[in-house]
Design a protein around this ligand. Sequence first.
Ligand code: G1P
Ligand code: ZN
Length: 543
Amino acid sequence: MQNLTISTQPIAGQKPGTSGLRKKTSVFMSRHYLENFIQSTFDAIGGVQGKSLVLGGDGRYFNDRAAQVILRMAAANGAARMIVGQGAVLSTPAASHLIRLNRADGGLILSASHNPGGRDADFGVKYNMANGGPAPEAVTEAIFARTQVIDSYRVIETVDVDFMKIGAQQIGKMEVLVVDPVSDYARLMESLFDFPKIRALFANGFRMRFDAMCAVTGPYATEILENRLGAAKGTVTHGTPLPDFGGMHPDPNPTWAHELMDEMMGADAPDFGAASDGDGDRNMVVGRGIYLSPSDSLAVLAGNAHLAPGYRAGLKGVARSMPTSAAVDRVAAALGIASHETPTGWKFFGNLLDAGKVTICGEESFGTGSDHVREKDGLWAVLLWLNILAERNEPVVEILNGHWRRFGRNYYSRHDYEALPIDQAEAVMGALRTRLTMLPGTRIEGMIIAAADDFAYSDPVDGSLSKSQGLRILFEGGSRFVLRLSGTGTEGATIRLYLESYVAGPEGLDVEVQEALTPVIRAAEALAGIRAATGRAGPDVVT
Ligand code: G1P
Ligand code: ZN
């Protein structure tokens, strides 16, 4: 066993995005690439001497090799202890929980989330802090700065750790503790939700389908839904995690989870359906014959969370990312609690959760979570829904219709234009940005622009300012569109166009979504000219 210091040189482009560093797997596998980024991360957090870290990933291609390298580097850098999920696998929320449960100093999560996996697909690495949440911008910037000057990294030359063997092993002086990835997480869920009540629901014939999309949630969902809650065997489909996700695109939305959508919209559909993403932090929920937008799901969860034991005391506040619809704001107003609006990315919820200002938060991108961990949590959202369904004893469609009757409906959709030439996408953003100040007062498609800005967020806890978080065009009456560039893609640029229109009801609550949004869609094209500038006939993905 030899402790080596290897000379290296900075590699361009190691800048973490919305959620860690994501690149093509082949890029991560190239010489020194992973090592440079890991050493830079260790350096940026003040070294790992004597620290304990959690390590795990979503099991995608290169997961196990990367995990072995990281362990050797951690040992060479003097880490005291690494807690690793069996098989080097942990869902993102389970990793967050393990960091908190073990009072670890932080964690490394190997995942490119909903991006496809495989040798020709994507890989990613994310650093989480001692609170269990994604590193805030100040830390990711420090990591990036370090990648630009790095000249060496440390690694121990030794044999592989046996990732399948539960229990303690050693690399030099460092302990490697391999743990069951599911059990602690399942216990946490049992502490939050009324498992006997949900078990009774299933015992009474309630049927569900959970599509794990050949990704990391399979074992978690099978253990919790089928083994502990008594859902019928086979409730979980695509439940075996595969390195390439079986060729599936593990992004739980109507486009990529079309098998689930077809079943839920078909004859004899189950009562409830759900899907999860590559690393288990996202969720899509579907009722029999009815799709729920993530923004509506967040609002319904916030309005009904008190029905679950873990939230019986009520919510301290809620938070949503800026592009997420304002539906949850209306619930918060009715509950008399604050609703915070943050930039896109879970890292911005961390301070609010730590400070006890919010209990539940969510994003329009199929992410919902609470203060039980510091990541979004797909299965958590599904279980909260099940708890609510068990208490209310009404079909999903009734709950949703009742919600709209009470609060009005925020029609909502996101249009993604993917893999655009970067300069083209930036030109679209730039052109709209320069016009922002001139837009208020303009009438377009029968609507009047009330305000237009480039969203900036001042964190109420630590005062940090995050600028340029998306262009917002707000119309009188609550309609709006938002334009931003994705920070998670690995190919070209993706423009996300977020569209929202509010109808108070009681009339007009069941219009087809794209139809209800037509004036906003037209106004967005007239003002931002995405189709005109890119030559695209329409978006690649509509959610
Ligand atoms: C996307 C989502 C964002 C989410 C992130 C990580 O980021 O839009 O809400 O937090 O993935 O799951 P984007 O590609 O838009 O930067
Ligand atoms: Zn994810």
